[in-house]
Design a protein around this ligand. Structure first.
Ligand SMILES: [Zn+2]
Length: 492
């Protein structure tokens, strides 16, 4: 019942969808993640972090609570993997981190990622495991280096559970992982085309340990409704695409328990072949508001796609390209289907999407629909971890205040995922997922990039450690740059 986790961007549909969806499917297969475990064990590169107590001294806290009153010159005690106290007594054995002139925010949450993981590029044999392997630390380093301490994997498979366990065991420093099982219709393997199959797919996902369901573009109306209804019965929240069959009747896709739209483009593709106006954006916002459906705007993916349709120099010149696995790098540069289908018509379409998605952000803000930040990391040009800061910038440019942007990457996603008791704000008793910044992101949102250090579930990564992790990844990628070719992937 495995559906291929095709990360189709509707925009590609008129442009050779088949080959694109195939390559994207493989790309997405390279991806994985898993669930959020409130009992997540402590981890500190083999040391027991319970031995370590830290105090961040004289730091300005941006708590991201509802009131969000900045606490200036505070002392934050981190003990075990928790925020133990704020402005209380400091034990003499606490390791001091100087927070003078710095700003402390909750760890960031990327609500739409595709995570590389081990996979089998070849045909299955009864005893055949994966044939292509990923170093999980390398996969997770770009997240934690960028202050991303929780991710939502939207094409999860069993390997993502394995990665989550590696993190829980302390073998890998990585984010908390929420895992969504993708359910799709159509004629792919494991596709779901009846109400009964849709319900069974959800029950199977529940039994396999998933906490979230992702509905996808090719579901029929009956399968879509059944999947969401069954998910509700089993306490699984639903994120996803709006299936193509709802074109012309988008309102009917907004049914109870459809909790989160995976991209703004799910809305724009519903009106693909017509002019898109602010009125349309308001209409979508009203539907979402009435149904309590939240939105991942995901602005960066279309911007990156537009840039590479224009020129692959946009990829070549990315500073973060050195953190991309050589296989994907080769695909992005030498088998780039977006660029292959470059035309002024395509560019015009992408530009119209970019403009309309900004209007969607404005309309959803006006309507009071919560938005959560997500990147679609893994898509060509969208680099894990780094892209979240681009997304935050785009949300600010679209019209959110810097505080609203930060809410979309901290408190709101924690609430949607059901982990707000544990993460999403800087408060006593919460897990120590924290980002220490050199400058105030409320003044200028790009200050989220000025990372001085990160606490990942109580493990402290100072700048030096972050740089070392990144260097290790970049060195490995450089050493192996000629080892992988996308066109030869079936041989791996
Ligand atoms: Zn995606």
């Amino acid at each position: 019942m495995m559906t291929s986790p095709i990360n189709t961007h509707f925009i590609s549909e008129p442009y050779s969808m088949n080959s694109l969806s195939k390559t994207l499917a493989l790309l997405a297969i390279l991806i994985l993640s898993s669930c959020v475990d409130p009992q997540s064990t402590t981890r500190d590169e083999g040391n027991d972090p319970q031995d370590k107590t830290y105090v961040i001294k004289n730091v300005n806290i941006i708590p991201m609570t509802n009131a969000n009153d900045v606490i200036e010159n505070a002392n934050v005690l981190i003990k075990d993997n928790f925020i133990y106290s704020i402005n209380d007594s400091i034990p003499s054995n606490a390791l001091t981190i100087d927070g003078t002139g710095k700003w402390l925010i909750p760890g960031l949450i990327d609500m739409h990622v595709h995570t590389n993981a081990d996979l089998n590029f070849r045909a299955n044999k009864p005893t055949q495991g994966a044939t292509f392997f990923m170093n999980t630390q390398h996969v997770m380093t770009p997240h934690v280096a960028n202050g991303v301490t929780t991710i939502f994997e939207l094409s999860a498979r069993v390997e993502h559970f394995g990665q989550r366990n590696e993190i829980a065991k302390g073998e890998v420093v990585g984010p908390r992982m929420a895992l969504a099982r993708l359910i799709n219709g159509g004629d792919g393997s494991g596709s779901v085309n009846t109400e009964a199959d849709a319900r069974q797919a959800v029950r199977s996902a529940k039994n396999e340990g998933y906490n979230f369901i992702k509905v996808y573009s090719h579901l029929s109306i009956e399968s879509y409704q059944a999947a969401i209804d069954e998910a509700q019965k089993h306490g699984l929240k639903v994120v996803g695409h709006i299936p193509d069959v709802f074109k012309g009747q988008t309102e009917n896709a907004f049914i109870l328990h459809f909790g989160l739209v995976a991209h703004a483009e799910e809305l724009s593709k519903q009106i693909r072949n017509q002019p898109k106006t602010a009125k349309d954006a308001e209409n979508f916002a009203r539907m979402a508001k009435e149904n309590d459906t939240w939105l991942i705007p995901n602005l960066i993916a279309i911007v990156k796609i537009r840039d590479q349709v224009k020129s692959l120099d946009s990829i070549r010149s990315m500073e973060s390209l050195k953190y991309v696995h050589p296989l994907l790098r080769d695909k992005w540069l030498n088998s780039n289907n977006y660029n292959k289908h470059s035309s002024s018509e395509f560019l015009g379409y992408l530009d119209s999407l970019i403009a309309f998605h900004q209007e969607i952000v404005v309309a959803f803000k006006e309507a009071g629909v919560p938005m959560v930040s997500g990147t679609d990391a893994g898509v060509s040009g969208v680099v894990t971890g780094f892209a979240l800061h681009d997304e935050l910038q785009l949300l600010a440019e679209a019209g959110l205040t810097n505080e609203e942007v930060l809410i979309s990457a901290t408190r709101h996603p924690a609430e949607w995922l059901g982990i707000a008791e544990m993460v999403g704000t800087v408060e006593e008793g919460k897990f120590a997922d924290l980002v220490l910044l050199d400058a105030n992101p409320l003044d200028e949102i790009s200050n989220t990039r000025r990372i001085s250090g990160v606490f990942v579930n109580g493990t402290w990564l100072d700048k030096q450690k972050i740089d070392a992790l990144l260097k290790d990844l970049a060195d490995w990628n450089t050493e192996n740059i000629d080892t992988y070719e996308w066109q030869k992937r079936r041989m791996y």
